[in-house]
Design a protein. Structure first.
Length: 217
């Protein structure tokens, strides 16, 4: 974990977003552990980024966590869904990475029950993965290194290729709309809005024993 903390403390937000693709994310719940691999995430470069909540150094009570130390968990609600972000720069520099999708691993059946879904729809979107992992609002402001929701570097997998593409759902933001600030494990079936013909049978991982799941979609 020390190496991962150092990366958060010394790297650019873009490099951290790229580093997080393949990272294992785990939530320890009273009913047991739930976890999976990050396969899709987006970098937000406030205060310059017009798509970032902290654009122009905006400060509101909701944004307090964004100005805290690297690894701080920033949660916000959009369209009734809770969205997970991680702060990536030193205190006072409000940049972060939004986690858009995970490939479920431990506790997968419980995640399916929480979502009342199976296959890719369990965790192929930012609100979906938060629901699947049972992430509560009270984790806001806690650390992604030491809270019940944390990274597990020793379980990290290596993607065959990390693809850099524009972020989802941010129209009319000038150059920031099309900037390639979204990072995905190319070919992983849990990527948001991936087409069936784009899916890699090995899940997009190196040295994988991946079993491609047919969710009949």
């Amino acid at each position: 974990m020390e190496e991962t903390i150092k990366i958060f403390e010394t790297s650019s937000t873009v490099d951290i977003a790229r580093f997080l693709v393949g990272m294992y994310l785990e939530h320890e719940t009273p009913q047991g552990k739930l976890g999976g691999y990050i396969v899709d995430c987006e970098a937000y470069l406030g205060p310059d980024d017009r798509a970032a909540h902290s654009y122009g150094m905006k400060k509101t009570p909701r944004l307090k966590a964004m100005y805290q130390k690297p690894g701080t968990i920033y949660l916000y609600t959009m369209h009734t869904h809770l969205i997970l972000n991680m702060v990536t720069q030193p205190e006072g520099t409000p940049q972060g990475v939004m986690i858009r999708a995970i490939e479920p691993v431990e506790g997968k059946e419980r995640m399916e029950e929480k979502r009342a879904k199976t296959g890719r729809d369990v965790s192929n979107g930012p609100g979906k993965l938060v629901e699947a992992l049972g992430i509560p609002k009270d984790l806001y402001g806690q650390s992604i290194f030491s809270s019940t929701l944390h990274l597990v570097p020793e379980r990290r997998k290596v993607p065959k290729k990390i693809e850099e593409i524009p972020r989802v759902g941010i129209p009319n933001k000038g150059k920031w709309t099309d900037m390639p600030l979204r990072f995905v494990a190319k070919g992983n079936p849990y990527i948001t809005k991936i087409r069936r013909q784009q899916i890699d049978p090995e899940g997009g991982w190196q040295d994988s024993n991946y079993q491609l799941e047919d969710d009949h979609r």
